[in-house]
Design a binder for this molecule. Sequence first.
Ligand code: ADP
Ligand code: MG
Length: 540
Amino acid sequence: MNYLKFEEMNLSPETLHAISDMGFEEATPIQSQSIEIIMSGRDVIGQSQTGTGKTAAFGIPLLEKINQYDKRLQAVILCPTRELAIQISEEFRKLLKYRENIKVIPIYGGQPIDRQIIALRKGAQVIIGTPGRVMDHMNRRTLKMETVQLVVLDEADEMLDMGFRDDIETILDKIPTNRQTMLFSATMPKEILELTHRYQKDPEHVMVVHKELTVPSIDQVYFEVKEKIKLDALCRLIDMDNPGLSLIFCNTKKLVDELVEQLQGRGYFAEGLHGDMKQSMRDLVMKKFRNRTIEILVATDVAARGIDVDDIDIVFNYDIPQDEEYYIHRVGRTGRAGKSGRAYTFVVGKEIYKLREIMKLTKAKIFLKKLPSLGDIEENKTRYFVDKIKSIMDEGHLTKYINIVESIITEDYSALDIAAALMKHNLYDADAEELDLDIEPADQSRGSGYRKKGSHDSTEENMARLFITIGKKEKVKPNDIVGAVAGETGIPGRVIGHIDIYEEFTFVDVPKEYVKDIINGMKNKKIKGKKINIERAKKK
Ligand code: ADP
Ligand code: MG
């Protein structure tokens, strides 16, 4: 795989500056392959796993093509959920940091339509929206598609799963055919190919192909953590394992700098290594790492490529790598020259799907482990300390200290008391706090859902039944229900379970954890033009 530098891509200085501020050092594989093709004006079908940087893969070239002097609508991005619409518009705003004359607005169900109408009236060159709401605005003529030149269908597979196909087709039919159309998706089922045949012109199919990869035999584990306890978790693992040298990987330069500062703040001997540093500075850091003046090196993938240190004990994937090749490169930094090594990976929420993908593609066995508790660390420290004391006693030459102890011993303090107090002084950590390790359910972190169809844990005890006042009389179909729930609440369509439609009402099974959000999000909303009521179904 060729990872291109953004500088090699013929982008404007403003965009390059913004990308650099975002801390991206080089393009991910899907970005390396699609950005220039999109720049050249061709239609693209882009396929790669979740978390591989597809947003910037279409966002960078799309925004480069927007004419800032033309205030009319130029680009439409359709995506399955409100969360995603917001996320994409945030990423776009970062990319537009140095191009202030381009206006981007997300429009999605669940937000008052009047507010969106006002925002649209002020003019936007780029909108990012869920299909239902975009169609709504199209019908009201608050969105005029005649001037649109660029269209992106993001997470196309997910949109189809959620029943948005008709809406998507209606929208695409309204956009002039001399447009450029991009479609991005993690999977390419037949239905998507049908869409591309109908709506794209001779599209280039860009796919991230996976090499045969194997990981050397090192201990690989992962920890499920919440974002906000990552730093504590890292410190705890370092304290527990007491490694000689560790190498910690972050996905961006910015994150490297932040983590280094936090670790130094906590008293660790840590330094960072990334592409923005001068060569002389990098050499200095590496020298310190090699002679163990620093024990923790925090690096980006690019910077770490040049590292030739043989006795790294632990590699931490503080951020899960964007690509399985990165994983291999990273963990390959430990366990070298016949030594044993360990690789620890932090997984936050939906990143578990990325980890599974890495395991599948690299055939690596990565085991889930629990973070050590304070008790575990204390036990370990105690063992280490006691061993140390024993070896000091074995060495002898203690006369000076025996004299001191003797001078303290009185009726009140026995030798045992004194030894115990010394232990406490060495081992007790008043600042230690137990971490809050409760993990949020993976799917809640982002609305787009990454489970394969049918894999949601929909055992009866996890599901709750909702009652909705719409039914066959209104010609409602399961897709309408799924689409409405997903569109109004941002909850991934595929987690919705069984749907029973009766003449005047419908029952739908949903995971219990979503009940509150769904009821709040759907109350008084319309399905097929009818205002509905929704509540938890009474027990049979
Ligand atoms: P996808 O759409 O493929 O699931 P995203 O576009 O949401 O992936 O990107 C996942 C994460 O990777 C985001 O946090 C994004 O900011 C980050 N990212 C994207 N491109 C790069 C890059 N070239 N270098 C570092 N991080 C990147
Ligand atoms: Mg995406």
